[in-house]
Structures are given as C-alpha cells and as structure tokens.
Design a protein around this ligand. Sequence first.
Ligand code: TEU
Ligand code: CA
Length: 556
Amino acid sequence: MTKRWFQDSVIYQVYPRSFQDSNHDGIGDLNGIKSRLDYLKKLGVDVLWLCPIYKSPDKDNGYDIADYEAIQPAYGSMADFDALLASLHEKGMKLLMDLVVNHTSDQHKWFQESKKSKDNPYADYYIWRDPVDGHAPNNWGSYFSGSTWTYVPERGQYYLHLFAPGQPDLNWANPDVRQSVYSLMRFWLDKGVDGFRMDVINLISKPDGLPDAPQAPGAEYGDVQAVVADGPKLNDYLQEMNREVLSKYDVMTVGEMPGSTPEDAIKYTNLDGSELNMVFQFEHVSLSPNPDARFGKWNDQPVKLPELKQALGRWQTALDGKGWNSLYWNNHDQPRAVSRFATDDERYRVRTAKMLGTTLHLLQGSPYVYEGEELGMTNVHYTSLDQYEDLESLNAYHQFVDEEKAVSADQMLRWLSPISRDNARTPMQWDDTANAGFTDGKPWFALNPNYPTINAKAALADPDSVFYYYQKLIAIRHQSDLIKFGDFELLDADDAEVFAYRRHYNGQTLLVISNFTSDTLNRHYDRPSEAKVLVGNYDDDAGETLRPYETKVYQY
Ligand code: TEU
Ligand code: CA
C-alpha cells in the first residue's frame, strides 16, 4: 500500500473558543493557541485541527460562517493566523482547517442577497421552495429542533436549514455554488494550510424532490438524516472537488459523515485519492439512543460494550485495505469519553483514560485527540438548565419540555447531562490557578469544577499521568507499521466486560486486551510464551487476571 502522510498522523483537535485566551477577554484566541504549541509538540501530535475561526455571528459557535476569508475578530487577525501557521510548520506540525460548506450563516452576503428576491445573482445559492398548502414544503425536523424550513415574506418562500435557521443550506446542485466553495478552499490552501475537516459533507447532496422523512410515533417532525445522508450526487461533487482543488495540493481531508455506512465510506475514502482521505463515522457514538425514537440521542443509559466492539470492528474490517478510518472517542460534539464509555470516578479515572486511549490508538486509522482528552478530562455532570450554553441542548429541552410537554423537566435534564455537547466545551484545564490558567478575564463558559486536580501542570509533573501515557501511545504508533497497517480480528464479540482484539501484519501480532469494568476478571487469550507487554496501565503483568479497567498490549 502506498503510504500517505496522513496514515502516520495523530491529529489534535482544538476548540479555539475554549483552548487559551491571550488578551483577557475570556475567549480563547489564535495567539493563545500559538503560546501552547510546545505543549502539543511534547505530546507528539502531528496535525492540529482547528474548529472554525472564520467571521461568524456565533449562533452555533462558529459553524455558521458569515465570511470564509476573514478571521473571527474575537480570535485575532489574519496576521495572527499567518503567525500561528508559520509557527506550526516551523515546529514540524500541520494545520487542518474546518470547512463548513453544507451551509453558511444567514449573515453571509450570499444569503443576504439571495433572500431579497427570486431573480438576483445569488437567488439559487440556497434551497428555496414555495409553501405547500400554506405550510413548509415537507416534514423534515432540524438537528437543532423545530422544522428545517423558515419562511421569508419578502421572497414569499421557505428556505432549507438542516441545522439552525441561522444556518441556511447551500444549493450544491448549483455549479456557481460549487465554484465559490472551490475558490474559498484555494484561498486557504494557497496560504499553506495542510487540509480540511469537512463539516457534515455527506449532507450536501439533497434527495430529488425533497421527499418526506420517516416520522417516529408522537414526533412532530420527520428524521431528516434518514433521507439526506449520502445523497445521489455526493460522489460526483467530491470527485469534482478533488479534481478541481484537492488534487493540486499535498493535503489531508476528513469528511464528517453522520449516518454513513462502511459501504458508503469505502467510496468516499478509496485509497486512489479520488475523493477524501478518511471519514468521521458516527456508529460508535450513537449506540445508546432513547428507546422512544422521537427523543433521538437524548438518553442516560450506558453504552453496551458488545455493541461498541462490534460497531468499531465493522468499520475496521470494512475499510481494511480499501479506505481509512478516523479513530475518535471525543470531539466538540460528544461528551467526554471517560464519563461515557467507562467511569470518571476519581478512584479509576486515570486508569480508564489510559484504557480507552489504548483501545482506540491501537486500531487501524488516524487517531484524533480532543483537547483535554490527554488529561482525562471528564463530563461536568450538569444539574440545571442555566448551566447549558449550546443551542442543541437548549432547543431540545424547550421543544420536548415546554412545547410538546412530552417529558418532565427533571427527566430531560437527566438525559441532557451525560450527552450534551457542553461537556466538551468547558475551557481547557492548564493549571490550578484561577480559571485553570485559561484566562485571567471572565471565562465565556464555566469551567469544570474539577480543574484544580485535573490540569496540564499536574499531568506534566506526574510520570504516571494520562498525558505521558498518550505521549507513549503516539510514539509507539509512529514507529509501528503493525499498528498502522495491520488487519483487525475481534475476539469474543459478545463478551460484555472485555474488549479484546488482535492485529496482524507481516508475521507480527498485537494482542490488545481492555477490561471495561471495575471488576477483577479472568480471561484466557492464546499467545506464545515470548509475547512481551508493549504497553499497559498497570506496572506489572497479572497474566490471565484482569484488574479493574486494566488494559495491556502484547506484541509477538
Ligand atoms: O455536527 C454534525 C452533526 O451531525 C451534529 O449535529 C452532531 O451530530 C450532533 O451535535 C450530535 O448529535 C457538525 C459540527 O461538528 C457541529 O458542531 C455543528 O453544530 C453542526 O455540524 C452544524 O454545522
Ligand atoms: Ca481572547
């Protein structure tokens, strides 16, 4: 297999708003990020993925872009960006920008023009439809609650927004839209950025005729993802984007693909480089939906380990030799991994963070580390509505509790707490001084109260910290083709307590064993006597006894 640089890479994701403030306004910024690059270099990551830093009214914290070629003033200037990029490259790291082109902000000049009339140059940059019997054109429900349609009187039509009304969907069927997107991509690539993470890129091709979506009993709207994911022209658009832009640069691309299947992903990430390099799939982070489908992901039930193992295993096997996986437990949309997949009980947290890191980083694909994951940062365990900032959580609460009266406030708060995206957006915990060293101003969002004990300063002073363990996992990957290119064999698929798998490559084998429980277990896995423990979260090897949350990797 011809190796591409992204296949060696470990990517660190920064949520700029919450990473490091440098000018006392309580909001993270580019100069703050630049001041922390040596920390990232020490961790050993190769690529920095920046969530959107473009001009935005921040209705969805930057995922609503008003000007693709201007920096959000709160984050700094274009000169600050250029300095950050230069410093990253100087330190041998690369930069991935977040490309959000399924939709723009409603403040973008294209939309401001488009909404004026049916015959201006931007009239068809978005998806407008006439009312049907005085109502919205179909039953689609927004990811952020409510309808995906908003009526504009001056145009006498509805426009489509899969997300908030402030995020109108671009009309990718319009070749002028595609050329405008390619042009903004070139703007950043010509500045030297090393690739893009593409926001919900598998939603850009809408189904012909915009048919109604399946509607769960009692639900007010249809499940839009069921009809818009992986639309009919998606491969054509991605191949055109590749031909016209990406193929002219040595870049890495990762497509965020909610609802995609491994079969879809093989087309998008085929190794001939004609589309994208890898995908973020959602199967392993969508395993505990609410039993009542109208409530979607909002639920407080734990993930079942057999389902987690089998979901990850399906993607490992399907893409082996045919595509490339992104490996992640966390990002800015997901709760913190130790709280979700194991436990954040302080007696076990460091061990569970190491166990989860091992289980993920020894799979085939490119691992992503979300800011604070390398410290074992946890969920906040919110208890009241006024603690939430994210429109997805707040809108869901108001829809189900206030509008539909479908669930009690207490029950909805119990569902929000373990799942809300706010868990991932509390400021980075640097040290035990005020606001964890994130800012000496008033932080834009409350910190997790556990920052005095969970912070980078404490981690860097502790040889047994999660930080140094992640540093070791990253270093091991860099030196091992077995980890990068080996195949995947799931062991004991139905074992509900242990996740064990083997990797094979050129006659070498890895045996990865992870106890996902606080129980001491006994498990036998065949291995030769010369097998050596490559890495693990206990100092010694207890053989067939697996201690609470024990993980260990044999190589032979
Ligand atoms: O998220 C895509 C997406 O599907 C989210 O709605 C996510 O699945 C959800 O929050 C969890 O169910 C991308 C960005 O990552 C997210 O931050 C944006 O809010 C969204 O697109 C719109 O741009
Ligand atoms: Ca700032």
